[in-house]
Design a protein around this ligand. Sequence first.
Ligand SMILES: [Zn+2]
Length: 170
Amino acid sequence: MKAPICEVCLKTDDILCPADEKKLQEGIISELDVKVARLLYKLLGDVEIEFKKAVKAGDLIVIMVGPGDVPVTIGKGGRNIKALMRELGKRIRVIEGLEVKGTDEVKKLATDLLYPAGVFGVNVVYRPGGVRYYKVLILGRDRKKLPEKPNVLENLLSQMAGGEVKLSFI
Ligand SMILES: [Zn+2]
């Protein structure tokens, strides 16, 4: 299993090696990344998947994995998700992680996160001063299909995309 911490740290439960401790101190990885990496390793063992990152907001934790790794991570009948929910006390969503370069990647991330609500489109909005954010357009009639409150989803999407994301209902 590929993870943001090394194999030795995946197998232990308490301390991190100096290299991974440094990553944690510098904010390259979070406490949640460490916790989820170790839980996934316990559940899945040494399988060929990549755990990239986990983010949380509200009642939801989003686990980002490599291309094609979602089914293995979820497990048969969602058994890994159930175990993670028990351990972490939150609802879990597993999504393919992407490096965001523009609206295409934001649209993919939003489509996965907001399901079963649909994503109509994504725009880049420039604020005075040149600061930009991504605006995810959702049909008003899909509002009640969202898996969480819009502000929680905006928070999660911003963490996932590494930049500000807002939802807009049309
Ligand atoms: Zn380590």
